[in-house]
Design a protein around this ligand. Structure first.
Ligand SMILES: NC(=O)c1ccc[n+]([C@@H]2O[C@H](COP(=O)([O-])OP(=O)(O)OC[C@H]3O[C@@H](n4cnc5c(N)ncnc54)[C@H](O)[C@@H]3O)[C@@H](O)[C@H]2O)c1
Length: 265
């Protein structure tokens, strides 16, 4: 399906910095009308909104301080976005951390927030609630498609996103809501999530921090802007339920996940 980003209104969680900020800028570059950044970091969020408004001329970005682990705050961000821009077409559930040492918080952000953000998107954009449909992109990782010894819980959270999104991306939900659910799996991307990963490995597991740093270091690297370019391809061309990889600064590609019946050893 072809989706036109021109004049569309987006909400991005975790959009104050890192890859989320790059998504915001790339959406505006591609003609989006407005973006709401929902992020817990007020100083980065305010600054990013100010910088982007200066760069793109005018009132196109608002920042709403939001801890995505708090249901009321996440819903408030959706309400503020809709009241401000009078619509909502694209939701990117991007906020995420790599922190197996605090795995409960990691699951709250990487999994629970993605569920809640998807359900809120259905509530506020779904045809079943009087809306006109739209696009939801949930952010997994290449670690949603492979194992890595250094961060087993993070890997689990990203597999969760792939399974959740593929299931929301079935014809049942599309017929009900008119929303396309797409999955983005970035490869290793140069942000603090990667550069500080070793500090947040599981505790009491021997040399796991070294294992994690070496494991991540063995994978091809890229810049946030590389993933953001891929996001435009994904939103404009991705089929409902499709899963895409953006790795090593190469053009984004779709992955085919085998039917489980073919997996028997
Ligand atoms: N960097 C990578 O190599 C990489 C690879 C694959 C997937 N990802 C995924 O991409 C997404 C973005 O990662 P990044 O590398 O840009 O990370 P980052 O640490 O650079 O930025 C994350 C953003 O999320 C915000 N955030 C953290 N906790 C939050 C909370 N509770 N509520 C609201 N906002 C919160 C932070 O303030 C920050 O602005 C994550 O889901 C991550 O798992 C990253």
């Amino acid at each position: 399906m072809v989706f036109d980003i021109k004049n569309k209104i987006a909400l991005i969680t975790g959009g104050a910095a890192g890859i989320g900020l790059a998504y915001t800028r790339e959406l505006l570059r591609n003609g989006a009308k407005a973006v709401t950044i929902a992020d817990v970091d007020a100083s980065k969020g305010e600054k990013s909104a100010k910088d982007l408004n200066a760069e793109f001329g005018g009132n196109k970005v608002i920042f709403v301080q939001t801890d995505v682990t708090k249901a009321d705050q996440l819903e408030a961000a959706f309400k503020t976005a809709i009241n401000t821009w009078k619509g909502l077409d694209i939701v990117i559930n991007n906020a995420g951390i790599m922190n197996d040492a605090n795995w409960e918080l990691q699951i709250a952000i990487n999994c629970n927030h993605v569920v809640r953000g998807s359900l809120l998107a259905i509530q506020y954009m779904g045809k079943n609630h009087g809306g006109k449909g739209g696009v939801v992109v949930n952010i997994a990782s290449i670690l949603g498609l492979q194992e890595l010894a250094g961060c087993p819980v993070y890997v689990g959270t990203k597999h969760f996103v792939v399974g959740l999104d593929r299931s929301f991306g079935t014809p049942f939900f599309h017929n009900l809501t008119g929303i396309q659910f797409l999955t983005m799996c970035p490869g290793v991307t140069d942000t603090p999530l990667i550069s500080e990963a070793g500090r947040f490995a599981l505790q009491g597991m021997g040399n796991i921090a070294k294992e994690l740093v070496e494991g991540l270091g063995s994978l091809p690297e890229q810049a946030p802007e590389d993933v953001a370019k891929g996001m435009i391809t994904l939103i404009t061309k991705g089929e409902n339920g499709s899963v895409w990889v953006a790795e090593g600064g190469e053009p984004i590609y779709e992955v085919k996940i085998p039917q489980r019946q073919t997996l028997r050893k």
